[in-house]
Design a binder for this molecule. Structure first.
Ligand code: ADP
Ligand code: MG
Length: 382
């Protein structure tokens, strides 16, 4: 049995090992995280993951990103005259995750637990289940991402408490206030922005790089697709580096050429400069946290734990801002991009009995949830 975090940007698969501990299973390329990117051309084989993500810059019409955004929508995606439903495309990702894991472990499992955002409605949950079925999988349960995170942190075994799960991913942000009781996990409120995430940081940094490059070199590159996609990739890498160090070098050899020959891009950025660029976006997430707390009717001071979820919570400014707002240090003992999948695996272990001393953490269905507040700043789907 596997636990799968089917993410908008990245997906992760985990299993409960023989020793009863959950662990992430690497994909064929050795990656613990697989981009939820799909590439297909001329009705040939589907490419999923890192290689598909790389294709996006050069061949966007054959590459699909963020298919999760369309789950449950009555929309088709046309590639080379063939129409696919969002479920069919998500099924390709699920199949790839399970195939890689099965191959790695030398087994042939097809039972899975899949996570979805707490704000997904019944339609979106059913679509996710259907994607699993199309992939030939048996979907044992669909659970909420924040609940999975709480399970991964082992927050189910202790006394009742209220926690905050802050999830900043690639293209989406959501925050949930959960009450964890003896054997139930209730989502009190959710707030967020389905168009806010690490992609925005990449975009902002890319613009900064392009502006400086064009100003210093006098060469215009804004209309050069390949150059722009290389800048985007370099920006994401620099962003990640700035989570570890105080500055980052951005070097792209032969980004373009002028009448004198090849032109290279070489820049340095300080963490403080980057933080200034993204501070408005980060502040937006804090506003959502305020809304979620307000809607939950729970006092901020009664929130005993803050869990950080999503790759973008590795950004130091994000951590700092949350800490400042709550006046306490958020919990980030687990890898933020793996914690949801780990929780899904734990849920699968509870179902099949390989994990015994945990009481079933139930998931409150959407209709029972007290409040959801979502905005989407750009509006367009895809
Ligand atoms: P999702 O849940 O949206 O599918 P993830 O939780 O995997 O996605 O988050 C992906 C985002 O996290 C990307 O924007 C990625 O650039 C960002 N990210 C990953 N590692 C880091 C890091 N070290 N520092 C800052 N951002 C990071
Ligand atoms: Mg996620």
């Amino acid at each position: 049995m596997y636990g799968i975090d089917l993410g908008t940007t990245n997906s992760v698969i985990s299993i409960i090992d023989n020793d009863g501990k959950p662990r992430v299973i690497e994909n064929k390329n050795g990656g613990r995280i697989t981009p939820s990117a799909i590439f297909t051309k001329d009705n040939k084989e589907f490419v999923i993951g890192e290689n598909a993500k790389k294709k996006y810059g050069m061949d966007p019409t054959h590459t699909i990103l963020s298919i999760k955004r369309l789950m449950g929508a009555n929309e088709k995606i046309k590639i080379d005259e063939i129409e696919y439903s969002p479920e069919e495309l998500s099924a390709k990702i699920l199949r790839k995750m399970v195939d890689d894991a099965n191959e790695k472990l030398g087994i042939n499992y097809n039972q899975v637990v899949i996570t979805v955002p707490a704000y997904f409605d019944d339609n979106q949950r059913n679509a996710t289940k259907k994607a699993g079925e199309i992939a030939g999988l048996e979907v044992l349960r669909i659970i909420n991402e924040p609940t999975a995170a709480a399970l991964a942190y082992g927050l189910d075994q202790r006394e009742p408490r209220t926690i905050c799960v802050y999830d900043l991913g690639g293209g989406t942000f959501d925050v949930s206030i959960l009450t964890i009781g003896e054997n139930i996990c209730e989502v009190n409120s959710t707030a967020g922005n389905t168009r806010l995430g690490g992609d925005d940081f990449d975009e902002i940094l890319s613009k900064w790089i392009i502006d400086i490059f064009e100003r210093d070199s006098g060469v215009l590159i804004s209309n050069q697709t390949v150059a722009i996609s290389r800048i985007r990739e370099a920006a994401e890498n620099a962003k990640k580096q700035l989570s570890e160090s105080n500055e980052a070098d951005i070097i792209i050899p032969f980004i373009t050429q002028d009448e004198n020959g090849p032109v290279n891009l070489e820049l340095n950025i300080k963490r403080s400069e980057f933080e200034e660029m993204i501070s408005e976006k980060v502040q937006e997430t804090i506003e959502c946290v305020k809304n979620a707390i307000e809607d939950s009717k729970i006092n901020k001071s009664d929130i005993s734990e803050i869990l950080l979820v999503g790759g973008s919570t590795r950004t130091p400014l994000v951590q700092k801002s949350i800490e400042e707002f709550f006046g306490k240090t958020p919990n980030r003992n687990l890898n933020p991009d793996e914690v949801v999948s780990i929780g899904a695996a734990i849920q699968s272990g509870i179902i099949n009995g390989s994990i015994e001393n945990i009481i079933l953490a139930d998931v409150t269905p959407l209709t029972d949830r007290k409040s959801t507040r979502l905005n989407s700043s750009h509006g367009k789907l895809t």
